[in-house]
Design a protein around this ligand. Structure first.
Ligand SMILES: [Zn+2]
Length: 451
């Protein structure tokens, strides 16, 4: 992660896959999944965060050695080079991105490129501009970002082992020069090497600092850059069961940013900052390798879900560029319970999310109502009733009004899909106030604008 954009936030400090993915209609071999494991991830982190690589500064001797390790791993796995002149390298100045391609299996979308990447450079011996010190010592960057590289290498090996490839081509990308200002990813979105000239990036995943999973909490950036992305994340998270915190702010602190600036829907997964961030003490023994494995599985789930998605992808959601966490907080703000109506039926209020109309947010749960007793919480998002996805809030309200005295709700709760059985709904009432839509948030997200 690029320190310049993160500096103001550092004081905050501590702040595979579902059965449906490889099972289901495509029948991919689940055994390919066993390729992702914590031991393999840990081996990659240890190799890249070794003192011998001298902190992997872009353009340095250690940076080149790190690149050689990645290339050797890709070659041993049998991946196809996608760089310049038959190599894995895309050179720019003294630096090199590393690119490998898994071709798609469906001619109808063989030019729609899904990218999964991580930067492999770090800050070398550190300077006053990029290190919290002490400088002059090797900064191994085990979390930042040997962890993300390990994740992408594991994903590459799984994709290569899958007997049936995803419909769309998948690019495995290892960016150089991220710590110097996202140089490698900026170069890629402007210049594509020959093997990728005819391909157009339609979706990207960025793994940056996934080595410090604590309490299953994963930060997700860019989760609103494509309609329906939140649902894709939750579905991909069925097996891993991580806590996904969607951050609405989009900052130029990592390689997701050039893609978003290029209007490519992109998510970044990140396990959070820590006291060793951009210090020589960001070392391998502090990396949670089981966490790297879990985040890599989640990322693989998202990549394969998008790469296999039928029809046309939704495209970039321009409004996401204006949305901030303040808008999220306004959207999710809880409505005070107030005096409880005598004739509550189900017992909730929701608010519609313009960025995700098919998942209204619960902002009020009436104490002791059927939904309260069934375990509904404020902040949950309603995504299906009796197994059928809802189209929008109005349709949800109508279906709940027409329901008998029991129903099954499917919720998304911090990235996890939860089903609750609700009973005791009783007979419909003429004008129940309990399940009304809540007033819109005070601070509406700015209207969509073009770039
Ligand atoms: Zn960094």
């Amino acid at each position: 992660m690029d320190v310049r954009a993160v500096l103001p936030a550092i004081a905050v400090g501590w702040s595979i896959l579902s059965a449906g993915l490889f099972g289901g209609e495509r029948g991919h071999a689940a055994e390919a999944l066993s390729v992702i494991d914590a031991v393999g991830a840990g081996r990659h982190v240890a190799a890249l965060a070794d003192d011998a690589l001298e902190g992997r500064e872009g353009g340095s001797r250690g940076g080149r050695a790190a690149g050689a390790y990645i290339v050797e791993t890709l070659r041993n796995a049998g991946l196809r080079p996608a760089g310049d002149e038959g190599t894995y390298y895309q050179r720019f100045g003294t630096m090199r991105n590393i690119l490998a391609l898994v071709p798609g299996s469906d001619p109808a979308c063989e030019r729609e490129l899904v990218v999964v990447g991580a930067h492999y450079d770090h800050v070398g011996y550190g300077t006053a501009a990029n290190s919290y010190g002490p400088t002059g010592l090797i900064h191994n960057g085990a979390d930042d970002n040997a962890s993300g590289v390990a994740g992408v290498l594991e994903i590459a090996e799984v994709l290569q082992a899958m007997p049936a490839k995803p419909r769309r081509p998948v690019l495995l990308a290892f960016w150089d020069g991220e710590e110097k200002g996202l140089l490698g990813s900026w170069h890629f979105v402007r210049v594509r090497p020959q093997p990728l000239r005819e391909l157009r990036p339609v979706f990207a995943v960025n793994l940056d600092m996934i080595g410090r999973l604590r309490g299953d909490r994963v930060e997700v950036y860019g989760g609103r850059t494509m309609t329906g992305l939140r649902r894709i994340l939750a579905e991909a998270n069925r097996e891993t069961g991580l806590e996904l915190v969607i951050d609405w702010d989009i900052v130029d602190d990592s390689d997701h940013f050039p893609f978003i600036e290029s209007r490519v829907p992109t998510v970044m997964l990140h396990t959070g900052l820590h006291d060793e961030y951009h210090r020589p003490s960001d070392d391998v023994q502090l990396v949670n390798t089981a966490g790297v494995e879990a985040v890599a599985r989640l990322a693989l789930g998202v990549v394969t879900a998008v790469a296999d998605r039928p029809g046309t992808l939704a495209g970039f959601r321009d409004a996401s560029r204006q949305e901030k966490n303040a808008h999220r907080d306004a959207l999710e703000r809880v409505v005070p319970a107030g005096p409880v109506a005598a004739r509550v039926r189900w017992g909730m209020s929701t608010r519609s999310d313009a960025g995700d109309p098919s998942a209204p947010v619960v902002v009020r749960v009436v104490p002791d109502s059927p939904l309260d007793l069934a375990g509904l919480r404020c902040g949950d998002r309603i995504i299906a009733i009796d197994g059928e996805p809802i189209a929008n809030q109005a349709a949800m309200l109508e279906r709940m009004a027409k329901a008998g005295d029991a129903l099954m709700l499917t919720l998304e709760r911090v990235g996890r899909i939860v089903e609750i059985d609700v009973s005791g709904g009783g007979a419909p009432v003429a004008s129940g106030r309990d399940q009304d839509a809540a007033p819109p948030p005070a601070a509406e997200p700015a209207p969509a604008r073009g770039p």
